[in-house]
Design a protein around this ligand. Structure first.
Ligand code: OGA
Ligand code: MN
Length: 366
């Protein structure tokens, strides 16, 4: 186990929380030496490469959503976490800007739901992008108050809209799931051996450099045999992957722009958290929309220069994460009567828990 981590963990129920706090700490900053960096491509006794099903996804289909051929992806398993797959940036050059633009310009639009809807009228949260761009562009920073809507965006939900209070999805709060994200998700899932994955719900998180995401398990979906997919863009993050119990010591890893993570099988219901956003390497600064003509049938489109100016400025200091979930099993439907809250939360007082009750329930700022 990590040396540094060992020094702060006396084992027992607070192991995850202690490591969370350690990585969240500003002064003095923690030692990052034990954080796994899959992009460094080191394989050792804990990290081993995994061969995905490259025959299951046609190269031309992968290209349509902006992905490299599956055989070129670098995918890894982690010792002790069966079902966890980490794919280091499988996106083709020039395609990440499209997905970033979707997250900032398209997905926050109605009928999707965002944190700002919790205390603003639909007309006020209509077209966050158009309302924010003029003020974002005149970057005479200083004390440019108040912040734009885009800067105040913390989460967006897609498809079956997650209800943060009841911690459930429901049949009557559904809007069409974005088709291009559905297609991207199917291809990732198929390559990982999950044919028929049906993206039905999405939670997008928008992190500033001081944001974090508390320790939690994603268990509200009704079919846990389906994987959970996670896509990261912009600034990097430290991700902590724990065990099935709150007290299990987590493993720390970096998530960089373009990285994709799959939590499935025995790793589907593990505790996890994002204690810290970390500055990205130069690659993010170098991201730019592809000049290449996307072949026929592509869903990834060219991002205009104006749009990219705004997006690149945004991701220069922020991180975006999209998690995609299948909520229902094949042929399954929501129960008529909402299930009783069966899961009793431990450590209710713990402030590292996800807070879901305010307008920014998901991420926490220091
Ligand atoms: C989530 C989640 C992790 C991340 O949305 O459930 O765990 O990397 N996100 O932002
Ligand atoms: Mn999660």
């Amino acid at each position: 186990m990590a040396k540094m981590a060992a020094s702060v963990v006396e084992t027992g129920e607070d192991a995850f929380r202690k490591i969370f706090k350690l990585y969240k700490r500003r002064t003095p900053p923690p030692d990052f030496n034990d954080v796994i960096d899959f992009s460094k491509c080191v394989t050792n006794d804990k990290i081993f490469p995994v061969k995905l099903d490259s025959a299951a996804v046609r190269d031309s289909d992968a290209a349509k959503v902006g992905l490299h051929p599956v055989q070129d992806w670098k995918a890894f398993n982690l010792q002790g976490y069966p079902g966890f797959i980490f794919i280091t940036n499988p996106f083709r050059r020039g395609s990440q800007p499209f997905w970033v633009r979707q997250c900032l310009k398209t997905y926050p639009q109605k009928p999707n739901v965002c944190n700002l809807d919790m205390h603003m009228s639909p007309t006020d949260t209509q077209d966050i992008w158009t309302k924010s761009v003029p003020n974002l562009s005149c970057l005479s920073v200083g004390k440019r108050e108040p912040r734009t809507l885009l800067e105040r965006l913390r989460w967006v939900t897609l498809g079956y809209h997650y209800n943060w209070n009841s911690k459930t999805y429901s049949a009557n709060h559904y809007t069409p799931f974005p088709s291009e994200l559905h297609l991207l998700s199917s291809q990732i899932a198929t390559a990982c051996g999950f044919t028929g994955f049906n993206a039905e719900a999405g939670i997008l998180n928008y992190y500033r450099s001081d944001s974090s995401l508390g320790i939690h398990v994603d268990e509200s979906e009704l079919d846990h045999s389906r994987p959970l997919l996670s896509f990261s863009f912009g600034q990097s993050a430290i991700f902590l992957l724990g065990g099935t119990h709150r007290q299990d010591t987590p493993t720390a890893m970096y998530m960089h722009s373009g990285d994709v993570m799959i939590m499935s099988g025995q790793s589907r219901l593990l505790y996890h958290a994002v204690p810290r956003i970390v500055p990205a390497n130069q690659e993010v600064a170098a991201l730019e929309p592809g000049q290449c003509s996307w072949e026929g049938g592509a869903v990834v489109e060219q991002v205009s220069e104006e749009d990219w100016t705004v997006c690149s400025r945004y991701i220069h200091s922020s991180r975006i994460n999209m998690t995609v979930r299948q909520v229902l099993g094949q042929g399954q439907s929501f129960p008529e009567i909402p299930p009783l809250p069966g899961h009793i939360e431990e450590h209710q007082e713990d402030n590292t828990k996800r807070k879901r009750y305010s307008d920014s329930p998901y991420t926490e700022e220091t």
